[in-house]
Design a protein around this ligand. Structure first.
Ligand code: ADP
Length: 595
């Protein structure tokens, strides 16, 4: 559709009205003027005829037609009027312009016919001989006593000058009209400009509102309609502003809720494209929040199980739960709850997927299961052995003393082993409990006396190894520790170093300050450990060589206890080893106060 400006909307009807008015005014005025002038001319013609009537009556009654002719010519000379004298019956006896002898009978001329009846006749008609319009006025003359007319005097003039006058009047009115048109156009232009300017101001205001700048206050003084419009727009802007603020705060609340959720949340639309996801979900899937929006779940999830779950939910809108394995270095296991996403009006929008990272929980569950199985297995071996020997003793007691002593010796060793396993398990579980309840007490103590106690303890318990342990630790080195626990941990490490070290080799026990930490180190010159065992070495019941460990009276829990004690101190336990050369175990403790 063609668009027209305010000026071009206002101006044409105005011009049409003006032109129409002008035409009508000109028409009526011209006509009145013409009628007025013609009336004047008619009156003048009649007046002239009346003035001449006595003289002409005299001449006609005297029968002097030549004198009549001369009188007619004289009138034309004096006034410019044509004068014609016509006898009843229509014969012309005098005419100021032509010779009456050659003139037609005038009885049928309308003005003459009227005058013959005794009234003044008038006729306006086009003269073929003179090529323009003329006015003829005829009066009855020479009235006799019986009211019979003896003749008719007709005066006539060309109305050409009247036409010229009327035309001039038309011209002048047209000029004035043109001036009026120009003035009206100018005024319309100014008015339209003024209104356009105000409308433009309101349009700018509306655009500013659309861009969210609601602080603008629109004001238009007049016309009233625009002023009302400005007020309505202001009130609309205020309402919009309020509504948008409310929506924005709701949006932020929702975003904050989603962002602080531990669970990952993804909403997809019916086309499987992501419409929303929170930080957790983005992190889990290894995608940035911004990049993920608008992409398909296939692209972002890169997991067929996840895609299938979303598609299934979109097809039936039923809620379901599924474990999904995500690939990658960490082998993440997600528990995904999927449900249909339904709008307030019941409209199906898409699907909602809520992720829970259950990798750790499942690993712990597996570990717990394995632990229970391991504990049962570890306990079962000595118990089976004890039970077997006790049954043998009951059913067929040995005859000789040595055999009996051997049996009892085995039962005793297995009971010790049982006691050791239970003792280590209890130590571990105590550590776990106290670590969780934060019941362990720590003191800032010098480390050397603690290590000395460990060495002394070994010398007392295993005098055969007393010379093997070499201690190197500055008496000034202090750390915040629980002395009995640390003693237990170092004791376990030294015990292992003696057990798995080469026969008679030295075990080096030392402590050093390192920036921000204190390291307690136990180094042996023994078998060493193959590197693939190292990551799992601190797990419960993990042994490199099961038979050797058992034979050495190991429970497989020693290093697990070391790890827990180090962690309880806010530190960690680590190992480096080279098969055939030896191993170095380090307990790293923080030097600051531990909580
Ligand atoms: P165990 O009671 O069997 O010694 P630990 O938890 O103390 O249990 O040790 C776990 C395993 O680590 C041991 O079975 C052993 O194979 C290996 N190990 C521990 N310390 C050393 C060491 N100093 N040298 C070689 N192997 C070791």
């Amino acid at each position: 559709m063609r668009r027209s400006s305010l000026l071009w909307t206002l101006l044409p009807p105005l011009l049409v009205v003006l032109v129409l008015t002008l035409v009508l005014v000109t028409g009526f005025t011209g006509r009145s003027m013409r009628d007025f002038v013609l009336d004047q001319v008619q009156a003048e013609l009649e007046h002239t005829a009346l003035l001449l009537e006595p003289h002409l009556t005299h001449l006609v009654e005297a029968g002097d037609e030549a004198a009549v002719q001369r009188a007619c010519q004289k009138v034309e000379e004096d006034t410019g009027m044509r004068l014609t004298v016509i006898m009843p019956g229509g014969r012309v006896i005098g005419d100021s312009e032509q010779n009456p002898q050659f003139m037609d009978n005038h009885a049928n001329r309308p003005e003459i016919m009227k005058a013959m009846t005794g009234e003044t006749g008038m006729s306006l008609r086009y003269s073929a001989t003179q090529k323009h319009q003329r006015m003829y006025v005829a009066i009855p003359a020479g009235v006799t006593s019986d009211h019979a007319r003896t003749f008719v005097i007709r005066a006539s003039v060309s109305t050409h000058s009247v036409s010229l006058l009327v035309r001039r009047i038309y011209g002048e009115i047209a000029l004035v009209g043109l001036a009026l048109l120009i003035i009206a156009g100018g005024i319309s232009l100014l008015v339209a400009r003024n209104i356009s300017h105000k409308i433009g101001y309101l349009r700018d205001g509306a655009e500013a509102f659309a861009e969210g700048h609601f602080d603008r206050e629109l004001a238009v003084a007049d016309p009233m309609e625009l002023s009302d419009l400005a007020r309505s727009m202001n009130s609309m802007a205020r309402q919009l502003d309020e509504r948008m603020r409310k929506t924005e705060s709701q949006r932020q609340e929702l975003a904050a809720v989603l962002a602080s959720m531990i669970e990952g949340v993804i909403a997809v639309d019916a086309d499987e494209n992501i419409i929303r996801l929170n930080k957790t979900a983005a992190r889990m899937l290894g995608y940035s929040e911004k990049d993920a929006i608008g992409r398909s779940i296939q692209e972002v999830g890169r997991n067929s199980e996840l895609t299938a779950l979303a598609q299934l939910t979109l097809s039936d809108y039923k809620s379901r739960e599924k474990d999904v394995h995500l690939g990658g270095a960490r082998e993440t296991l997600l528990e995904v709850q999927a449900s249909g996403l339904v709008g307030l009006d019941g409209e199906r929008i898409g699907a909602l997927l809520v992720f829970n990272d259950v990798t750790r929980i499942r690993r712990l569950q597996t570990m717990r299961r394995d632990f229970v199985a391991n504990v049962s297995h570890e306990l079962k071996t000595p118990i089976t052995s004890i039970k077997g020997f006790v049954e043998t003793l009951i059913e067929s007691p040995p005859d000789n003393r040595e055999e009996l002593d051997r049996f009892l010796g085995i039962i005793n060793r297995q009971s010790d082993r049982l006691g050791q396993i239970i003792g280590d398990l209890l130590a571990l579980s105590r550590l776990e409990v106290t670590d969780q309840t934060r019941d362990i007490e720590f003191f800032d103590l010098p480390l050397r006396p603690i290590l000395e106690r460990v060495v002394r303890d070994f010398s007392n318990r295993q005098p055969e190894h007393s010379g093997r342990i070499q201690l190197e630790c500055s008496p000034d080195l202090r750390a915040t520790v629980n002395a009995p626990l640390l003693e237990q941990a170092v004791g376990n490490l030294v015990d292992n170093a003696l057990k798995y070290g080469r026969e008679g080799s030295t075990v080096y026990l030392s402590c050093q300050a390192n920036n921000g930490t204190v390291n307690l180190q136990v180094r042996d010159e023994g078998l060493g450990i193959a590197s693939h065992h190292l990551p799992r070495l601190f797990e419960r019941f993990y042994r490199v060589d099961k038979a050797r460990s058992r034979q050495m009276g190991g429970t497989g829990l020693g290093l697990a206890i070391v790890k827990h004690i180090a962690q309880a101190h806010g530190g960690l336990a680590s190992v480096t080893s080279e098969p055939g050369v030896g191993s170095t175990f380090v307990i790293t403790l923080p030097r600051e106060e531990t909580a």
